[in-house]
Design a protein around this ligand. Structure first.
Ligand SMILES: Nc1nc(=O)c2c([nH]1)NC[C@@H]1CN(c3ccc(C(=O)N[C@@H](CCC(=O)O)C(=O)O)cc3)C=[N+]21
Length: 284
């Protein structure tokens, strides 16, 4: 009996349709939501993701502008660009594509984005508010995972959620969002001894490690929900997740595929946050 597939493309499209409705309403009131994407340098993967984000914006009637800067852009030049975007009335969301070149400090850059335009939800104020359960932009990937669980009718309250990986933008906020839905949360990472003894306790297992096929059958309890956040390339340069899908299929009750799982949800929730940022400018 194979695992039920949690289809991020389908669920993502359903949410994008609802966001498109909100864009139409705003345009009737003379407001077109605008997203600025800042890309520094010529990292190929980033260029693909950025193109994807722009296409998705335009597909639902939003305005998106790409600010492409050369690799050797100084930190001061980038900060000045962000300050300009902070002031622009036609820009409601600002995303600075990560990673940035090594000579630029990411924390300083992220903290410079106006909190009301921080649609990535990465800035200290957004993260602080998220920790306190206050109204803020939630980071798109963990937010997208929560929507996948919600739309799939997966019970969270009282369940044991185990997160593998503790990055600022996925692992750490992921645990907070699950905690806020009354899960019991265990964080695991590269220093966790005997990892399978923890992951096998998971009713909901979140793989956010960044290593291809890292999660195998001995990591997964029969009937667990497995969410694969990984975006890796295997030996034939094919996109794959952190989970060895073939091994886990049939053990997990539900599983998200890569591609077609969490990835499309990341973009979907970016659109969701951007339309929210535009609506917020109307409520005064
Ligand atoms: N400031 C910032 N915000 C981000 O949200 C951000 C970032 N920087 N840097 C890079 C990561 C990566 N990321 C992805 C978004 C969509 C897919 C996605 O749509 N993946 C498709 C496949 C796409 C393909 O075919 O390559 C899928 O999984 O089905 C993947 C990865 C956002 N990121």
């Amino acid at each position: 009996m194979s695992s039920a597939i949690i289809n991020g493309k389908e669920i993502g499209q359903e949410i994008r349709n609802a966001v498109a409705e909100r864009v139409t309403r705003l345009k009737e009131r003379g407001l077109t939501p605008g997203l600025a994407v800042v890309l520094v340098g010529d990292n190929q993967a980033s260029a693909t993701y950025v193109r994807n984000k722009q296409k998705s914006c335009e597909a639902i009637g939003m305005f998106s502008e790409l600010i492409k800067l050369p690799e050797e852009t100084t930190q001061e030049e980038l900060l000045a660009q962000i300050e300009l975007l902070n002031q622009r009335e036609d820009i409601h969301g600002i995303l600075v594509q990560l990673p940035l070149p090594k000579h630029i400090d990411e924390d300083t850059v992220i903290a410079t984005i106006a909190v009301e335009k921080d649609v990535d939800g990465f800035s200290p104020v957004s993260v602080g508010k998220m920790m306190l359960g206050q109204e803020t932009f939630l980071p798109c990937t963990p937010f997208g995972v929560m929507k996948l669980l919600e739309y799939s009718g997966i019970e969270i309250a009282g369940k044991h959620a185990v997160i593998v990986g503790r990055s600022h933008i996925v692992g750490k906020p992921m645990g907070q969002l699950l905690l806020q839905k009354d899960a019991t949360v265990t964080y695991t990472h590269s220093k966790t001894p005997d990892l399978p003894s923890f992951t096998r306790q998971a009713d909901i297992l979140i793989a956010a490690v960044g290593r291809a096929n890292f999660i195998t059958k001995e990591h997964v309890k029969e009937g667990a929900v497995v969410i694969d956040v990984g975006i890796n390339r295997d030996d034939n340069n094919k996109l794959c997740g952190d989970v060895n899908f073939a091994e886990v299929d049939g053990i997990a009750s539900h599983i998200t595929p890569v591609p077609g799982g969490v990835g499309p949800m990341t973009i979907t929730m970016l659109l969701f946050n951007t339309v929210q940022a535009a609506e917020n400018t109307l409520v005064q």
